[in-house]
Design a protein around this ligand. Structure first.
Ligand code: GLC
Length: 444
């Protein structure tokens, strides 16, 4: 193999051909009334918590540990034999997560390591059959979520580092994508028939087929994941279940949520987005980590501060998107203390200020240097994240409001404003605290 690579490099053949992406998704996809309603509910929810949890949590180096540490699959696949999260308590997770103000949970059902964290008949490599724990944490979580009225979504990896039938691109002679696709469809059917109503299936790993852009060229391997079949299956099993795919490119027909990884929509902060496109029709969601890792990592103390997390949530809401904020439970099955504390502090703020976030949309005005605007029936909220230069905010439209209708959210202190035929100016109090978010409420 090395010899071939060296030879092709010498001959200048190292650049794979640029192949166009195959046509994918559901041709002529028109979302049903159920999907449209579910998307609106999703937009109203604004805030969810992501959970990355698996056998990798035992190794405490994030969910990519098998790949990054070159652990042979034969070795890695022995770890489930020691997986016993003795302190796992789904009801406690739900209480801790609900306390943050999050309205839904998205949990890894099967990550790239190929280990299924739920009871599946499609493979013995799963948490019930291959661990001494022997319980189905996803079922326990589903029951707790449904009891507490919090939504539940499933993350599902398209790629697999272990299965023989998965075409890993290494010339594996047993690769058989049709067989692998059947396997995925069987698992997706289990996830959508055994766990009650599921808000969304959240795919990841599609980017595995994409080579890094080199010299400005996008090197795309022509590969058809069979999305038409997968997406149709989801909508047929649960008509209100939404489809999200973290593929970093322009959404394809059949998807309902556009995902931005570690990225406030439009900023490409982490450099993952391969497009600047922001869908107008799809719901939008940004996923972010609480420290620097998705999966549990013992050596990652880079916790984000509560004001930073809240400002991220507000900035994302002000781009008409949701925040999916991650926690990585440890091998004992508990959510790390650093995460629990931050979730609780966020929840305190949300219970006081959530009215300006939940159920809002952000389509009146694009983000401004001073902050963002959200709105809902009869109300506009100006989220002042930076004190504007001259202490005033001017909106490029006029509003019919009376004295007393423009006030500091929370305290209700009336604020001074001025209107012309074309714009509307509000005075931000000089002592306004913008360190998290100073909210101005305008009652229409
Ligand atoms: C990336 C990572 C994956 C993680 C996901 C969450 O795709 O590869 O491990 O689950 O981001 O957004």
């Amino acid at each position: 193999m090395l010899a071939i690579l060296l030879l092709s490099a010498i001959l200048g053949l190292s650049q794979p051909p640029v192949v166009p992406v195959v046509e994918e998704g559901i041709k002529g996809y028109v979302p049903t009334a159920e999907v449209i309603a579910a998307k609106e509910q999703f937009r109203d929810d604004k805030f969810g918590v992501f959970i990355h949890w698996g056998v990798y949590s035992m190794l405490a180096q994030g969910e990519w540990v098998m790949h990054q540490q070159n652990v042979p699959y034969e070795e890695y696949s022995r770890y489930p034999g020691g997986f016993y999260p003795s302190r796992f308590d789904a009801a406690q997770w739900v209480r801790q997560i609900k306390a943050s103000g999050a309205k839904y949970i998205t949990i890894t059902s099967r990550h790239h390591d190929g280990f299924s964290m739920f009871a599946t008949k499609a493979s013995p490599y799963n948490v019930v059959d291959a661990t001494p724990f022997g319980r189905d944490p996803l079922k326990e979580l589903a029951d707790a979520c449904h009891a507490e009225g919090i939504g539940l979504n499933f993350y599902y990896s398209l790629l697999d580092w272990g299965r023989d039938d998965y075409p890993r691109g290494d010339g594996n002679p047993k690769a058989d994508y049709a067989h692998y696709l059947d396997f995925m469809c069987e698992q997706i059917t289990e996830l959508l028939t055994g766990y009650g109503p599921i808000g969304c299936i959240w795919f990841d790993g599609d980017w595995a087929k994409i080579k890094k852009p080199e010299e400005g060229k996008e090197l795309v391997v022509d590969f058809d994941w069979g999305y038409e079949r997968i997406y149709k299956l989801i909508h047929s099993l649960q008509p209100s279940c939404l489809v999200a795919n973290n593929h970093h490119r322009v959404p394809i027909p059949g998807e309902d949520i556009q995902v931005f990884e570690r990225d406030i929509p439009g900023e490409n902060g982490a450099g993952y987005s391969r497009t600047s496109h922001i869908s107008q029709d799809l719901a939008l969601e940004t996923c972010k980590t609480l420290n620097d890792n998705w999966g549990y990592n013992l050596r990652d103390p880079k916790w984000k501060s509560v004001p930073e997390l809240l400002r991220t949530l507000v900035s994302i809401a002000g781009r008409n998107a949701n925040l999916l904020l991650n926690v990585g439970p440890g091998p004992d099955g508990t959510i790390p203390e650093g995460s629990v504390e931050r979730l609780a502090a966020m929840g305190e703020w949300m219970s006081a200020n959530g009215e300006s976030i939940y159920g809002t949309r952000a389509t009146l005005l694009k983000p401004q240097p001073w902050g963002v605007v959200t709105h809902k029936e009869g109300k506009i909220f100006l989220h002042v994240l930076e004190m504007p230069e001259n202490g005033t905010i001017t909106l490029p439209f006029t509003l019919k409001v009376k004295k007393g209708n423009v006030k500091a959210f929370g305290s209700g202190t009336p604020l001074t404003f001025k209107k012309t035929k074309t714009d509307f100016t509000v005075q931000v109090p000089s002592d306004a605290d913008c360190s998290t978010d100073f909210i101005i409420e305008i009652d229409l």
